[in-house]
Design a protein around this ligand. Structure first.
Ligand code: DQA
Length: 145
């Protein structure tokens, strides 16, 4: 099983970006915890971080050829991107939406996700653990489907 991990804009700055909200883990550290978990579960991961909406969409379209599922933290595009939502709906791969922070107890504009309606589910508020919970959930979903 191969799963695609997508990180949206500004997540390359994790570690130094508003650590009171997003924690102190860097993106490389988060990715390495995911690789470790994938080895336990028995799946293969590929990773992309991009600050560009088009590049994320290209990766989603490409995943249809070689992946069984997508884990995505769309970052700020969560709240704005109908284009990313449409790409996920178009490829139809099972998808889990992840956020480090709890977007529902933050500013009102973060309470709405354009992406959530085309996902299996959303996990938010657990910092780096959100990613690990999401990977387990996506893996189990794909495996038992
Ligand atoms: C985020 C939450 C978004 O609202 C924000 O724009 C981000 C990060 C999170 O992981 O908590 O960039 O997706």
């Amino acid at each position: 099983m191969k799963l695609l991990i997508l990180h949206g804009p500004n997540l390359n700055l994790l570690g130094t970006r508003e650590p009171g909200i997003y924690g102190k883990l860097t993106l490389a550290e988060i990715n390495s915890t995911l690789v470790k978990l994938s080895a336990e579960l028995g799946c293969e991961l590929s990773f992309l971080q991009s600050n560009s909406e088009g590049e994320l969409i290209d990766a989603i379209q490409d995943a249809a050829q070689h992946c069984s599922g997508i884990l995505i933290n769309p970052a700020a595009y969560t709240h704005t991107s109908i284009a990313i939502r449409d790409a996920l709906a178009a490829v139809g791969l099972p998808c889990v939406e992840v956020h480090l922070s709890n977007i529902h107890n933050r500013e009102p504009f973060r309470h709405v996700s354009m992406i959530a309606p085309v996902t299996i589910g959303q996990i938010c508020g657990f910092g780096g653990d959100s990613y690990l919970l999401a990977l387990r959930a996506l893996f189990n979903y794909v495996k038992t489907k």
